[in-house]
Design a protein around this ligand. Structure first.
Ligand SMILES: [Zn+2]
Length: 610
């Protein structure tokens, strides 16, 4: 075989660069060695480019698909250029090289035979194969301690290793320990193993893991070698070569369970294999269905399957390993997934009453939000330059992740006590913009520009009872809802332009009635209504004056004046009667009225809270 290289079929070379940042001469060299991709598969000059089949095994082989030696790997030592401490003890060096090869021949069916010294130099890609596998001293010029060049013959699916040349770099390999670490790893390349994608193996290395600078075979090294050569002569062992190199769940919404990825555990070894456990390390990846009974013996040729499921707790790149503990040691498979924030449909609904944060710090003004789909209709209850109650509205749409913005309108219309409310008399005037930006379901900021005055307020939910959870409704649930939180209006009588925002927590409804004063200017009244009979809430109506918006808010300047009483009587979740008696104006005028209200659905199917 080794004599027929010159006129045989396609020959490919793989360069395996070795190990050992600790062996590098400079910090710069150290970093380069740590990150070097060491699988450069290069066609030898004048040969056909063979198609390499993708690696499907958990174990990574030099050429993607398994390529192995047929019969023994015969090698020779060339002592030329060895550093002084090694050139003076040539036999000890050979003994060490043999001892490192014996770590592999002790556990798997590769045979490695030392054939004595040679004057032939180890070959690089440029030199090409010369028919003799040599370990010698030289400079593959990679800045690291060793490199192994491996050649094969055959087609992509039938590859036989025919030569491997191992370089030891005299400047980097200067101690017994360095010799051991470098050569034990390089022997793995020489027999056909590439770098593991697991950490902590002798064959760990870029691009998927980091060099360990170890000198002892890990279970992963043993299993990989046995997938090429089976167990060593005289050994019987179970072995699994059916595992995927990686389970990639792709992109998943945070909190959503993935589909189950099925793993087949097939025992292709020569003895029964006992599976003692199948496990992951983090809660984000879990074992699903499991047909691999713990403690049962998997006979040679038998197989079982289990599933792995991902459910990510946070966004970004997530990883773990699934480990199969067996009587032949652990097998581990890397797990990957990318978490993305949940879609808008499962994002928080910000509906409810909000005020300055921390809660209570600026009692007297507030924002009432109705959110339906991705649209927030916000009513801002504040005070005009004269300190009179003033309200503005904004229909805010998303401009970013949990950020909503829109145009602020001031509305004027018929006085609250009009006998017949004429919606055609309502006028809307754009006065600026408002932006709501939420950090989470309960905290955010409110930024505004009104007639050239800008400001930003930290806001939080107004809490006076158990906070309901709000979600998209169905038409049926609007009527059956028993939490009445929403913006309501006199739809039956077509009175577009005024309404009542209800914040409902427990047995208390905070009502904000946005309407118009006798001169048509915007005016709001508020009421804390408590439950009496089932579905009946009543309380005192207050007119509030306070510091003009845009000024430093002084809560002591807020004054509440009782102006009447009101009762909300709910026929169902989408039907209310709003009855009130109010005395306002100078001279005072009293009015008693009753209005039928229903929910304002501005984006089907609306929102219900429970
Ligand atoms: Zn390597």
């Amino acid at each position: 075989m080794r004599n027929s290289l010159g006129n045989s079929g396609p020959t490919r070379a793989s360069i395996a660069l070795a190990t050992a940042s600790v062996l590098a001469l400079s910090p710069a060299g150290s970093r380069a060695a740590d990150t070097m991709q060491d699988f450069v598969l290069s066609p030898a000059p004048g040969t056909l480019a063979a198609q390499r089949s993708p690696a499907v095994s958990k174990f990574k082989f030099m050429f993607g698909a398994p390529a192995r030696w047929e019969g023994a790997l015969h090698w020779r030592y060339n002592p030329a250029n060895a550093p002084a401490q090694f050139s003076s003890s040539k036999d000890a060096v050979v003994a060490q090289l043999v001892a490192e090869s014996a770590k592999w021949t002790a556990v798997c069916g590769i045979q490695i035979a030392y054939d004595g010294e040679t004057t032939a130099a180890p070959q690089t890609l440029a030199g090409g194969p010369d028919g003799v596998s040599v370990i010698g001293w030289g400079h593959p010029d990679m800045g690291i301690s060793g490199a192994t060049y491996v050649w094969y013959q055959g087609s992509a699916n039938d590859m036989t290793l025919v030569e491997s040349d191992m370089f030891l770099v005299p400047e980097y390999v200067t101690t017994q320990t360095q010799l051991t670490e470098t050569v034990s790893h390089e022997w793995g390349h020489a027999i056909g193993l590439a770098h593991s994608n697991l950490e902590g193996a002798l064959m760990s290395g870029p691009p998927d893991s980091t060099y360990t600078n170890g000198s002892t075979l890990a279970p992963d090294d043993v299993h990989g070698c046995r997938c090429l050569y089976g167990p060593a002569a005289g050994q019987t062992a179970g072995n699994v070569c059916s595992l995927p190199e990686l389970i990639d769940f792709g992109t998943l919404a945070v909190g959503a369970a993935s589909g189950e990825s099925t793993v087949t555990v097939a025992n292709s070894g020569s003895a029964a294999l006992v599976i003692s456990a199948i496990r992951t390390n983090t809660g984000e990846f879990a074992i699903g269905s499991n047909g691999c009974a713990e403690g049962a013996a998997l006979q040679p040729g038998a197989s079982c399957t289990f599933g792995v499921i991902a459910r990510l707790a946070s966004a970004g790149e997530r990883g773990d390993e699934v480990t199969i503990d067996t009587s032949e040691g652990p097998y581990a498979i890397p797990l990957d997934a990318t978490g993305v924030v949940a879609s808008q449909s499962t994002a928080p609904n910000f509906e409810g009453s909000w005020w300055n944060a921390p809660g209570g710090s600026e009692s007297g003004w507030g924002l009432d939000l109705a959110q339906q789909g991705n649209t927030i209709f916000a009513s801002w209850f504040t005070y005009d330059a004269a300190g009179n109650p003033w309200w503005l509205t904004v229909t805010a749409n998303p401009i970013g992740n949990n950020v909503f913005s829109g145009t602020l309108y001031e509305t004027r219309g018929p006085a609250f006590n009009s006998v017949r409310f004429d919606a055609n008399a309502v006028t809307y005037q754009a006065v600026g913009t408002a932006t709501l930006s939420f950090n989470d379901a309960n905290n955010g900021t409110f930024s505004y520009i009104v007639n050239g005055t800008s400001g930003t307020k930290s806001i939080t939910r107004t809490v006076f009872g158990p906070l309901p959870v709000c979600r998209a409704a169905t038409q049926a649930t609007l009527a059956t809802a028993t939490n009445y939180q929403d913006v309501w209006w006199a739809a039956a009588s077509g009175e577009s332009g005024w309404g009542v925002y209800l914040t409902h927590q427990g047995t208390i409804i905070l009502a904000a009635w946005f309407s118009y004063d006798s001169d048509g200017s915007p005016m709001w009244l508020s009421m804390t209504a408590t439950q009496g009979a089932p579905g009946v809430y009543s309380g005192t109506l207050y007119r509030t004056t306070g510091p003009p918006f845009g000024t430093s808010f002084d809560a002591s300047k807020v004054a509440y004046t009782a102006v009447g009483t009101a009762t909300l009587t709910f026929g169902d979740g989408d039907d209310a009667t709003f009855a009130y008696t109010v005395t306002l104006g100078s001279p005072p005028v009293s009015v008693t009225q009753s209005k039928k209200l229903s929910r304002l659905v501005f984006e089907d199917p609306g929102t219900v809270c429970r």
